[in-house]
Write a protein that binds this ligand. Structure first.
Ligand code: PLP
Length: 336
């Protein structure tokens, strides 16, 4: 693999730390728990989209873009990091927000990521109803801008296409280097999976390097079968984009679990709240209510049910999102 062959601009602080979580490990009395701090990527409070945006924004600049367009849920961490990247690069940023979460209150609509979107000069062009064709809405906006003489670059939701997934191929390499340097043998990698770029990149990076380390995605939205299919499609597209042999990856390398979604995307669950409190109270690490909280809820349950075992070393990828906590004050204070 030759990642340096693809244009990339530096936006984040890398490598992110790989840390042991002694207190959570002791509390759960299961495998040794490590955490890869991709919440500390450094771009306006960080998160996993920064790695993807280093490749996406490089392509946008290469194409002479003056405006980034993207979309996400109202509390989208991806939209916030895209606004931040645009600000750093002197580009305009226009975002479309989908009102994907029912019954949202004012804090959800205006605080957390939305507050930061505005602070950094992002323009919220529209808030569209749940289920809108967001990709089409972005294409329409791009056409309108082109008509007015601008050069928009459209980034798909979550930055999840083969270009964005390269960021997590890079993360896999970074993780293997850290494993080598610290002498920590990694037996499993676990993380929250949504728009699939993170999991696809990790699977390609960890498989194409023959590390043999399995990746376990905890879905925050789609049912297992659908999520695995979505990830697998992007795995294949990424392998193709990188010019790797198709046989570098197999369908069986893509494993997702959708038991921890609860009532739906962005809707709090009891196990998510427990995961937030345990990780904050025992390790002073802040997860988020939509992604990493549900991902950690999955990891905790899978430890309690014996899926991950004592003596194994499990790395949880902290994909960020704690800014979103401020959009969920009521749920967190038990008044949901
Ligand atoms: C976007 C996001 C994810 C999911 O990553 P995908 O690449 O979209 O699957 C996980 N955690 C956080 C905090 C995110 O913002």
């Amino acid at each position: 693999m030759h990642l340096a062959a693809f244009p990339r601009i530096r936006l984040g602080h890398f490598p992110t730390p790989l840390e042991f979580m002694p207190n959570l490990t002791r509390h759960l009395d299961g495998p040794n728990l490590y955490i890869k701090r991709d919440d500390c990527t450094g771009l306006a409070s960080g998160g996993n989209k920064t790695r993807k945006l280093e490749f996406l924004a490089a392509q946008a600049l290469e194409q002479g873009a003056d405006t980034l367009i993207t979309q996400g849920a109202v509390q989208s961490n991806h939209a916030r990091q895209t606004v931040a990247a645009a600000a750093r690069l002197g580009l305009k940023c226009k975002i479309l927000l989908e009102q994907r979460v029912a019954g949202a209150n004012e804090e959800y609509e205006e605080s957390g990521n939305v507050l930061l979107d505005r602070l950094m000069g992002g323009e919220i062009v529209a808030r569209l109803p749940a289920g809108s064709n967001m990709q089409q809405a972005m294409e329409d906006l791009a056409a309108e801008l082109r008509g007015a003489g601008h050069k928009p670059y459209v980034i798909p939701g979550g930055g999840s296409n083969p270009v964005g997934a390269l960021g997590y191929v890079g993360c896999a390499q970074e993780l293997l280097n850290q494993s080598f340097e610290t002498g920590v043998r990694i037996d499993h990698v676990v993380h929250a999976t949504g728009s699939t770029g993170t999991q696809a990149g990790l699977v390609v990076g960890l498989r194409a390097s023959n590390s043999g380390i399995p990746v376990y995605g905890v879905s925050v939205r789609a049912a297992r079968q659908q999520q695995e299919e979505n990830v697998w499609k992007l795995v294949q597209a990424t392998v193709d984009y990188m010019g790797l042999p198709a046989a570098s990856v197999e369908r069986a390398d893509v494993v997702a679990n959708s038991d921890y979604v609860g009532a739906g995307y962005g809707v709090p669950t009891d196990s998510m709240l427990e995961a937030l409190r345990l990780t904050a109270g025992l390790e002073a690490i802040l997860l988020d209510p939509v992604y990493s909280g549900k991902g950690m809820a999955g990891l905790i349950d899978l430890i309690r049910s014996g899926h991950f075992k004592k003596g194994e070393n499990v790395v949880f990828i902290h994909t960020g999102g704690s800014v979103g906590l401020f959009g969920y004050r009521q749920a967190l204070s038990g008044q949901a």
